[in-house]
Design a protein around this ligand. Structure first.
Ligand code: G6P
Length: 360
Protein backbone atom coordinates (compact mmCIF):
# COMPACT_ATOMS: atom_id res chain seq x y z
CA UNK A 1 0.00 0.00 0.00
CA UNK A 2 0.92 3.68 -0.17
CA UNK A 3 2.20 3.77 3.38
CA UNK A 4 4.33 0.62 3.30
CA UNK A 5 8.06 0.62 2.66
CA UNK A 6 8.05 -2.40 0.37
CA UNK A 7 11.58 -3.09 -0.83
CA UNK A 8 12.92 0.36 0.02
CA UNK A 9 15.20 0.81 3.04
CA UNK A 10 13.71 4.20 3.91
CA UNK A 11 10.60 6.23 3.20
CA UNK A 12 12.69 9.11 1.94
CA UNK A 13 14.24 7.14 -0.92
CA UNK A 14 10.87 5.55 -1.65
CA UNK A 15 9.30 9.00 -1.91
CA UNK A 16 12.14 10.34 -4.06
CA UNK A 17 11.54 7.39 -6.38
CA UNK A 18 7.81 8.07 -6.50
CA UNK A 19 8.28 11.52 -8.01
CA UNK A 20 7.83 10.54 -11.68
CA UNK A 21 4.62 8.78 -10.73
CA UNK A 22 3.45 11.86 -8.79
CA UNK A 23 4.15 14.04 -11.82
CA UNK A 24 2.12 11.73 -14.06
CA UNK A 25 -0.76 11.77 -11.58
CA UNK A 26 -0.76 15.59 -11.45
CA UNK A 27 -0.65 15.84 -15.25
CA UNK A 28 -3.68 13.55 -15.37
CA UNK A 29 -5.66 15.22 -12.57
CA UNK A 30 -5.20 18.75 -13.87
CA UNK A 31 -6.17 18.08 -17.48
CA UNK A 32 -9.61 17.82 -19.04
CA UNK A 33 -10.67 15.37 -21.76
CA UNK A 34 -9.41 17.75 -24.45
CA UNK A 35 -5.97 17.95 -22.89
CA UNK A 36 -6.63 21.49 -21.61
CA UNK A 37 -5.35 22.61 -18.20
CA UNK A 38 -8.16 22.23 -15.71
CA UNK A 39 -8.78 23.70 -12.28
CA UNK A 40 -11.98 24.39 -10.39
CA UNK A 41 -14.12 27.29 -11.70
CA UNK A 42 -14.34 28.97 -8.30
CA UNK A 43 -10.59 29.00 -8.03
CA UNK A 44 -10.27 30.56 -11.47
CA UNK A 45 -12.69 33.28 -10.38
CA UNK A 46 -10.70 33.86 -7.19
CA UNK A 47 -7.47 34.18 -9.16
CA UNK A 48 -9.03 36.45 -11.79
CA UNK A 49 -10.39 38.82 -9.18
CA UNK A 50 -7.18 39.13 -7.17
CA UNK A 51 -4.90 42.09 -7.79
CA UNK A 52 -2.06 40.53 -5.79
CA UNK A 53 -1.25 37.09 -4.40
CA UNK A 54 0.14 36.54 -0.91
CA UNK A 55 1.71 33.11 -0.60
CA UNK A 56 2.05 31.92 3.00
CA UNK A 57 4.03 28.82 3.97
CA UNK A 58 6.79 27.31 6.11
CA UNK A 59 9.91 25.24 5.48
CA UNK A 60 10.04 23.37 2.21
CA UNK A 61 6.59 24.65 1.24
CA UNK A 62 7.91 28.19 1.53
CA UNK A 63 10.69 27.30 -0.89
CA UNK A 64 8.12 25.96 -3.35
CA UNK A 65 6.25 29.26 -2.97
CA UNK A 66 9.33 31.19 -4.11
CA UNK A 67 9.29 29.27 -7.39
CA UNK A 68 5.52 29.73 -7.67
CA UNK A 69 5.96 33.50 -7.50
CA UNK A 70 8.08 33.34 -10.67
CA UNK A 71 5.25 31.55 -12.48
CA UNK A 72 2.50 33.92 -11.37
CA UNK A 73 4.52 37.01 -12.19
CA UNK A 74 6.26 35.91 -15.39
CA UNK A 75 3.40 33.97 -16.97
CA UNK A 76 0.28 35.63 -15.62
CA UNK A 77 1.60 39.08 -14.75
CA UNK A 78 0.03 38.94 -11.29
CA UNK A 79 2.16 40.53 -8.54
CA UNK A 80 2.97 37.89 -5.95
CA UNK A 81 4.60 38.01 -2.52
CA UNK A 82 5.86 35.00 -0.63
CA UNK A 83 5.94 35.08 3.16
CA UNK A 84 7.19 32.83 5.92
CA UNK A 85 4.04 32.13 7.89
CA UNK A 86 5.52 32.72 11.35
CA UNK A 87 6.79 36.16 10.36
CA UNK A 88 3.69 37.38 8.59
CA UNK A 89 1.97 38.31 11.84
CA UNK A 90 4.73 40.79 12.77
CA UNK A 91 6.05 41.85 9.40
CA UNK A 92 2.63 42.18 7.82
CA UNK A 93 3.00 43.90 4.46
CA UNK A 94 0.66 46.58 3.25
CA UNK A 95 -2.11 44.68 1.54
CA UNK A 96 -3.46 45.44 -1.90
CA UNK A 97 -7.13 46.15 -2.50
CA UNK A 98 -8.07 42.63 -3.54
CA UNK A 99 -5.56 40.21 -2.10
CA UNK A 100 -5.83 36.46 -2.46
CA UNK A 101 -4.02 34.40 0.16
CA UNK A 102 -2.50 31.13 -1.01
CA UNK A 103 -1.46 28.71 1.73
CA UNK A 104 1.00 26.02 0.68
CA UNK A 105 1.26 23.15 3.13
CA UNK A 106 2.02 19.49 2.59
CA UNK A 107 0.23 18.45 5.78
CA UNK A 108 -2.36 21.21 5.89
CA UNK A 109 -1.76 21.32 9.64
CA UNK A 110 1.10 23.77 10.19
CA UNK A 111 0.09 26.03 13.08
CA UNK A 112 2.10 29.03 11.88
CA UNK A 113 0.23 29.00 8.58
CA UNK A 114 -3.11 28.41 10.26
CA UNK A 115 -2.59 31.46 12.50
CA UNK A 116 -2.34 33.62 9.38
CA UNK A 117 -5.40 31.99 7.85
CA UNK A 118 -7.49 32.65 10.97
CA UNK A 119 -6.36 36.26 10.97
CA UNK A 120 -6.99 37.03 7.30
CA UNK A 121 -10.38 35.31 7.43
CA UNK A 122 -11.41 37.58 10.27
CA UNK A 123 -10.47 40.49 8.05
CA UNK A 124 -12.67 39.10 5.30
CA UNK A 125 -9.99 38.11 2.77
CA UNK A 126 -10.20 35.18 0.35
CA UNK A 127 -8.04 32.08 0.69
CA UNK A 128 -6.85 29.09 -1.28
CA UNK A 129 -4.98 26.16 0.27
CA UNK A 130 -2.63 23.97 -1.74
CA UNK A 131 -2.14 20.78 0.25
CA UNK A 132 -1.44 17.10 0.03
CA UNK A 133 -4.09 16.22 2.58
CA UNK A 134 -7.75 16.65 1.66
CA UNK A 135 -9.79 17.39 4.76
CA UNK A 136 -6.80 18.86 6.61
CA UNK A 137 -7.31 21.92 8.80
CA UNK A 138 -5.98 24.43 6.27
CA UNK A 139 -8.09 22.83 3.57
CA UNK A 140 -11.29 22.89 5.61
CA UNK A 141 -10.81 26.45 6.79
CA UNK A 142 -9.82 28.05 3.50
CA UNK A 143 -12.39 29.02 0.86
CA UNK A 144 -10.88 26.73 -1.77
CA UNK A 145 -8.40 23.87 -2.02
CA UNK A 146 -6.05 22.44 -4.64
CA UNK A 147 -4.78 18.93 -3.95
CA UNK A 148 -1.18 17.87 -4.59
CA UNK A 149 -1.90 14.20 -5.33
CA UNK A 150 1.54 13.18 -4.07
CA UNK A 151 0.25 10.33 -1.91
CA UNK A 152 1.17 10.06 1.78
CA UNK A 153 4.58 11.54 2.59
CA UNK A 154 6.04 9.78 5.63
CA UNK A 155 9.70 10.83 5.74
CA UNK A 156 10.15 14.02 7.75
CA UNK A 157 12.29 15.56 4.98
CA UNK A 158 9.83 16.59 2.29
CA UNK A 159 10.65 15.53 -1.27
CA UNK A 160 7.76 14.52 -3.49
CA UNK A 161 5.46 17.12 -1.91
CA UNK A 162 7.86 19.91 -2.94
CA UNK A 163 7.93 18.71 -6.53
CA UNK A 164 4.13 18.36 -6.49
CA UNK A 165 3.75 21.88 -5.07
CA UNK A 166 5.86 23.38 -7.84
CA UNK A 167 3.98 21.44 -10.53
CA UNK A 168 0.57 22.47 -9.15
CA UNK A 169 1.71 26.09 -8.80
CA UNK A 170 2.89 26.03 -12.42
CA UNK A 171 -0.46 24.68 -13.58
CA UNK A 172 -2.37 27.21 -11.49
CA UNK A 173 -0.28 30.09 -12.81
CA UNK A 174 -0.63 28.86 -16.40
CA UNK A 175 -4.42 28.69 -16.00
CA UNK A 176 -4.40 32.21 -14.55
CA UNK A 177 -2.35 33.40 -17.52
CA UNK A 178 -4.76 31.74 -19.94
CA UNK A 179 -7.79 33.34 -18.27
CA UNK A 180 -6.10 36.72 -18.42
CA UNK A 181 -5.47 36.16 -22.15
CA UNK A 182 -1.73 36.17 -21.78
CA UNK A 183 -0.20 34.49 -24.81
CA UNK A 184 2.16 31.64 -24.27
CA UNK A 185 3.99 29.48 -26.75
CA UNK A 186 4.60 26.82 -24.13
CA UNK A 187 2.56 23.66 -23.83
CA UNK A 188 2.91 23.21 -20.08
CA UNK A 189 1.62 19.64 -19.88
CA UNK A 190 4.00 18.36 -22.53
CA UNK A 191 6.87 20.23 -20.84
CA UNK A 192 5.88 18.63 -17.53
CA UNK A 193 5.96 15.24 -19.24
CA UNK A 194 9.54 15.97 -20.32
CA UNK A 195 10.32 16.96 -16.74
CA UNK A 196 8.98 13.59 -15.61
CA UNK A 197 11.39 11.78 -17.90
CA UNK A 198 14.26 13.96 -16.70
CA UNK A 199 13.44 13.20 -13.05
CA UNK A 200 13.53 9.49 -13.91
CA UNK A 201 16.98 9.91 -15.45
CA UNK A 202 18.29 11.61 -12.30
CA UNK A 203 16.83 8.88 -10.10
CA UNK A 204 18.48 6.22 -12.25
CA UNK A 205 21.76 8.06 -11.65
CA UNK A 206 21.44 7.57 -7.88
CA UNK A 207 24.63 5.45 -7.63
CA UNK A 208 26.60 8.19 -9.39
CA UNK A 209 25.15 10.79 -7.04
CA UNK A 210 26.01 8.61 -4.05
CA UNK A 211 29.63 8.75 -5.21
CA UNK A 212 29.49 12.54 -5.33
CA UNK A 213 28.48 12.52 -1.69
CA UNK A 214 31.41 10.36 -0.72
CA UNK A 215 33.74 12.91 -2.27
CA UNK A 216 32.14 16.00 -0.81
CA UNK A 217 30.22 15.35 2.33
CA UNK A 218 31.39 12.32 4.26
CA UNK A 219 33.41 14.36 6.74
CA UNK A 220 32.24 17.92 6.03
CA UNK A 221 31.19 20.18 8.89
CA UNK A 222 29.62 22.86 6.77
CA UNK A 223 28.54 23.41 3.18
CA UNK A 224 27.14 26.03 0.83
CA UNK A 225 24.58 25.97 -1.94
CA UNK A 226 24.85 28.79 -4.43
CA UNK A 227 22.71 29.74 -7.38
CA UNK A 228 21.22 32.69 -9.15
CA UNK A 229 17.66 33.39 -10.27
CA UNK A 230 15.54 30.29 -9.72
CA UNK A 231 18.63 28.25 -8.93
CA UNK A 232 19.05 30.38 -5.82
CA UNK A 233 15.68 29.17 -4.53
CA UNK A 234 16.57 25.56 -5.26
CA UNK A 235 19.80 26.11 -3.33
CA UNK A 236 17.78 27.19 -0.31
CA UNK A 237 15.84 23.94 -0.50
CA UNK A 238 19.03 21.91 -1.08
CA UNK A 239 20.59 23.41 2.02
CA UNK A 240 17.47 22.81 4.10
CA UNK A 241 17.31 19.17 2.97
CA UNK A 242 20.95 18.58 3.78
CA UNK A 243 20.87 20.14 7.24
CA UNK A 244 17.61 18.39 8.19
CA UNK A 245 18.92 14.88 7.79
CA UNK A 246 22.73 14.98 7.59
CA UNK A 247 23.17 17.60 10.37
CA UNK A 248 25.86 19.23 8.26
CA UNK A 249 25.55 22.97 8.57
CA UNK A 250 24.33 24.12 5.19
CA UNK A 251 23.61 27.56 3.84
CA UNK A 252 21.88 28.45 0.60
CA UNK A 253 22.53 31.86 -0.84
CA UNK A 254 22.51 33.97 -3.96
CA UNK A 255 25.74 33.71 -5.95
CA UNK A 256 26.08 37.49 -6.02
CA UNK A 257 25.97 37.70 -2.22
CA UNK A 258 29.09 35.56 -1.81
CA UNK A 259 31.45 38.52 -1.87
CA UNK A 260 29.32 40.39 0.65
CA UNK A 261 30.22 38.14 3.54
CA UNK A 262 29.90 34.41 3.15
CA UNK A 263 33.09 33.98 1.18
CA UNK A 264 34.94 34.60 4.46
CA UNK A 265 33.84 31.13 5.55
CA UNK A 266 35.41 29.27 2.65
CA UNK A 267 38.34 27.12 3.74
CA UNK A 268 40.37 24.33 2.22
CA UNK A 269 37.91 21.58 1.32
CA UNK A 270 34.64 23.40 2.13
CA UNK A 271 31.96 21.80 -0.05
CA UNK A 272 30.14 24.28 -2.30
CA UNK A 273 27.29 23.16 -4.52
CA UNK A 274 26.77 25.49 -7.48
CA UNK A 275 23.68 25.10 -9.63
CA UNK A 276 23.54 26.38 -13.19
CA UNK A 277 20.35 25.77 -15.13
CA UNK A 278 19.60 29.33 -16.26
CA UNK A 279 21.38 30.51 -19.37
CA UNK A 280 21.13 34.18 -18.45
CA UNK A 281 23.16 33.72 -15.26
CA UNK A 282 25.45 30.87 -16.27
CA UNK A 283 28.58 33.04 -16.67
CA UNK A 284 28.02 34.77 -13.35
CA UNK A 285 27.45 31.63 -11.33
CA UNK A 286 30.49 30.05 -12.91
CA UNK A 287 32.63 32.98 -11.89
CA UNK A 288 31.27 32.59 -8.34
CA UNK A 289 32.26 28.93 -8.44
CA UNK A 290 35.76 29.98 -9.53
CA UNK A 291 36.01 32.52 -6.72
CA UNK A 292 35.37 29.91 -4.04
CA UNK A 293 37.50 27.31 -5.77
CA UNK A 294 40.43 29.73 -5.76
CA UNK A 295 40.02 29.88 -1.98
CA UNK A 296 40.15 26.14 -1.56
CA UNK A 297 36.48 25.13 -1.81
CA UNK A 298 35.57 21.69 -3.06
CA UNK A 299 33.10 22.79 -5.75
CA UNK A 300 30.37 20.54 -7.12
CA UNK A 301 28.76 22.05 -10.20
CA UNK A 302 25.33 20.78 -11.19
CA UNK A 303 24.51 22.14 -14.64
CA UNK A 304 21.76 21.65 -17.14
CA UNK A 305 22.54 19.98 -20.45
CA UNK A 306 23.46 22.69 -22.93
CA UNK A 307 25.15 24.75 -20.23
CA UNK A 308 27.55 22.07 -19.02
CA UNK A 309 31.30 22.55 -19.13
CA UNK A 310 34.15 20.17 -18.84
CA UNK A 311 34.76 19.27 -15.23
CA UNK A 312 31.15 19.72 -14.10
CA UNK A 313 30.18 17.19 -11.49
CA UNK A 314 26.69 16.35 -12.63
CA UNK A 315 24.58 17.25 -15.66
CA UNK A 316 20.79 17.22 -15.54
CA UNK A 317 18.78 16.59 -18.72
CA UNK A 318 17.49 19.66 -20.54
CA UNK A 319 14.00 20.84 -19.66
CA UNK A 320 12.20 24.18 -20.04
CA UNK A 321 14.09 27.00 -18.26
CA UNK A 322 11.24 27.76 -15.91
CA UNK A 323 10.77 24.13 -14.89
CA UNK A 324 14.36 23.22 -13.99
CA UNK A 325 13.74 23.31 -10.20
CA UNK A 326 11.59 20.18 -10.54
CA UNK A 327 14.62 18.28 -11.81
CA UNK A 328 17.60 19.93 -10.12
CA UNK A 329 16.10 19.54 -6.66
CA UNK A 330 16.09 15.76 -7.12
CA UNK A 331 19.90 15.84 -7.30
CA UNK A 332 19.98 17.68 -3.98
CA UNK A 333 17.45 15.30 -2.44
CA UNK A 334 19.64 12.34 -3.35
CA UNK A 335 22.80 14.08 -2.16
CA UNK A 336 21.14 14.72 1.20
CA UNK A 337 19.79 11.21 1.46
CA UNK A 338 23.17 9.59 0.87
CA UNK A 339 24.96 12.08 3.12
CA UNK A 340 22.63 11.14 5.99
CA UNK A 341 22.95 7.46 5.20
CA UNK A 342 26.74 7.50 5.10
CA UNK A 343 26.88 9.34 8.37
CA UNK A 344 24.69 6.73 10.00
CA UNK A 345 21.76 9.02 10.73
CA UNK A 346 18.10 8.13 11.05
CA UNK A 347 17.12 9.30 7.56
CA UNK A 348 13.36 9.23 8.00
CA UNK A 349 13.18 10.55 11.54
CA UNK A 350 15.87 13.18 12.04
CA UNK A 351 16.49 14.43 15.55
CA UNK A 352 14.50 17.42 16.85
CA UNK A 353 12.18 17.57 13.83
CA UNK A 354 8.53 16.71 13.34
CA UNK A 355 6.71 15.99 10.09
CA UNK A 356 4.13 18.60 10.85
CA UNK A 357 4.44 21.27 13.48
CA UNK A 358 1.10 21.99 15.08
CA UNK A 359 2.33 24.51 17.64
CA UNK A 360 3.25 28.12 16.86
C1 G6P B 1 7.86 20.87 9.26
C2 G6P B 1 8.51 19.81 8.38
C3 G6P B 1 9.04 20.42 7.10
C4 G6P B 1 7.94 21.17 6.38
C5 G6P B 1 7.30 22.23 7.29
C6 G6P B 1 6.03 22.80 6.67
O1 G6P B 1 8.83 21.71 9.79
O2 G6P B 1 9.56 19.16 9.09
O3 G6P B 1 9.53 19.40 6.25
O4 G6P B 1 8.43 21.76 5.22
O5 G6P B 1 6.91 21.65 8.53
O6 G6P B 1 5.09 21.76 6.60
P1 G6P B 1 3.80 21.80 5.73
O7 G6P B 1 3.07 20.53 6.08
O8 G6P B 1 3.03 23.03 6.14
O9 G6P B 1 4.21 21.86 4.32
Amino acid sequence: SDTELGTYPHYMIKEINEQPQVMRKIIKEYQDEHGELKIDKNIITQLNEADRLYVIAAGTSYHAGLIGKEYFEKWAGVPTEVHVASEFVYNTPLLSEKPLFIFISQSGETADSRAVLVDIKEKGYKSLTITNVPGSTLSREADETLILHAGPEIAVASTKAYVAQIAVLAITAAVTARELNKVSDMNLMSELAKVTTAITTVIEDAPKIEEIVTGYLETARNSFFIGRAMDYYVGLEGALKLKEISYIQAEGFAGGELKHGTIALIEEGTPVFALSTQEKVDLNIRSNAQEVKARGANVCVVAMEGLEQQGDTYVIPKVDDMLTPLVSVVVYQLISYYAALHRGNDVDKPRNLAKSVTVE
